[in-house]
Design a protein around this ligand. Structure first.
Ligand code: S3P
Length: 439
């Protein structure tokens, strides 16, 4: 997979961001469109699908299980659903690449099938914790073998699943979604209680496809034995990808950028809330709802930023946006403190350490803590940093170039293709001076 390739970004200092851009489709919603579209009765038409490696890994897995899928072409995918019990045993292990969402959601869905599967991934995914899904699935009657709680996962089929009531020990949309998907195959009503709100794309899409899901406060319930009906899905642009441009514009004088048709689901807008608290000038327009998901155009005009204590309740709502938020903090006036974010240590990389190390190389006063970071903003210098093969770390450091005193070289950037395949092109169009070198 791409993580094993080498790619280097070379970012020249200065500049600003301007214009109107549409960033690629939402990764979380793209994954779910393939999974639920495959299990539906009828043909699901998807537009705005993210043609990045992660979502393509999910698509390839369903093709390997006998689902006919046309595309993707210009973000359009047609899924010929096979119904809840129509998947077939794949004749090889399923390669989830770099994608935590694919492996965790599929472990639940595949626990309910009548065949065995093996789910494997790249070197980053192979180090990520899977007990968070294996343990509750085992309580439901699933049997999953692993390498001491890490991939590859050997998911046994042919087990009757039973509904459970489960309080999530961590705020995780992947674990919640995994259990909702398993819950569709379980006898009885599965109940999941969240410690804090997390992205609810699964709940919205299930309802949109006619599968009843009860949501009351922090509790989600699903009854096994239902059916999904095919639909059309318009995938909004990914607010996590838009974030890099929001931060870039927020830190570089003269910037004025508009990001079109971005998903602004309330469980995803922590970055807008946090940047606004820091003083960013962000306005939303053309607000509408498409396929059950709220979207808007997001305009960011430069305004000076100040450091803040990030409210802990914003953490799950901005969980993927912290590498970029740390870059905003590095160029803000004063101190920014993040706590309650230990989950960042088990993402595609240890994002707290990766960002603290890189920011220090760039001359920023950034200190990693167990569950967050303390950054004293000021000037960003120059230097060579390692993204550790983490797409969001790579793109965050690219945006730091707008405020840097000299050239920033970023190593191991190939995985940007997992979520944002045309990042270099769009960033260059918007005003960043960025070259990409293979090898
Ligand atoms: C995701 C949930 C989050 C997020 C990931 C995508 C999803 O992970 O970080 O990028 O699509 O459900 P966690 O559930 O581990 O917080």
């Amino acid at each position: 997979m791409s993580s094993e390739q080498k790619k280097q970004y070379i970012v020249q200092p200065g500049g600003s961001l301007s214009g109107e851009l549409r960033v690629p489709g939402d990764k979380s919603i793209s994954h779910r469109s393939i999974m639920l579209g495959s299990l539906a009765e009828g043909t699901t038409e998807v537009s705005g699908f993210l043609e990045g490696d992660d979502a393509l890994a999910t698509l390839a897995a369903f093709r390997a299980m006998g689902v006919e899928i046309d595309g993707p072409e210009n973000g359009e995918v047609t899924i010929h659903g096979v119904g809840m019990h129509g998947l077939k045993e794949p004749d090889h292990e399923l390669d989830m690449g770099n994608s935590g969402t694919s492996i965790r959601l599929l472990s639940g869905l595949l626990s309910g099938q009548n065949f065995n599967t093996t789910l494997a991934g790249d070197s980053s995914l192979s180090k990520r914790p899977m007990s968070r899904v294996i343990d509750p699935l085992a309580k439901m009657g699933a049997v999953i073998g692993s390498n001491e709680g890490k991939p590859p996962l050997h998911v046994q089929g042919d087990n009757q699943l039973y509904a459970i009531s489960y309080e999530l020990p961590i705020a995780s949309a992947q674990v919640k979604s995994c259990l909702l998907l398993a819950g569709m195959y379980a006898k009885g009503k599965t109940t999941i209680v969240e410690p804090a709100p997390t992205r609810d794309h699964s709940e919205r899409m299930l309802k949109g496809m006619g599968y009843p899901v009860e949501v009351k406060g922090d509790t989600v319930c699903i009854e096994g034995g239902g059916r999904l009906t095919a639909t059309t899905i318009d995938v909004p642009s990914d607010i996590s990808s838009a974030t890099f441009f929001m931060v870039g514009a927020a830190i570089s004088e003269g910037s004025d950028i508009t990001l079109k048709h971005v998903g602004i689901n309330p469980t995803r807008i922590g970055v807008v809330n946090i940047l606004r608290m820091m003083g960013a000038n962000i306005s939303l327009s053309n607000e509408t709802v498409t396929g059950g998901e709220p979207v808007a155009d997001i305009r960011v005009q430069y305004a000076p930023l100040k450091g803040i204590d990030i409210p802990v309740e914003q953490v799950p709502l901005a969980i993927d946006e912290f590498p970029a938020i740390f870059v905003a903090a590095a160029s803000a006036d004063g101190r920014t403190v993040l706590t309650g974010a230990e989950e960042l240590r088990v993402k595609e990389s240890d994002r707290i350490q990766a960002m603290a190390d890189g920011l220090q190389i760039l001359g920023v006063d950034a200190v990693a803590t167990d569950d967050g970071i303390i950054i004293h903003g000021g000037t960003i210098g120059s230097g060579e940093v390692d993204s550790l093969g983490d797409h969001r770390v790579a793109m965050a450091f690219a945006m730091a170039g707008l405020q840097a005193g000299g050239t920033i070289v970023i190593n191991n950037c190939a995985n940007v293709a997992t979520s944002f395949p045309n990042f270099v092109e769009l960033a260059s169009t918007a005003g960043l001076t960025l070259d990409e070198i293979d090898g």
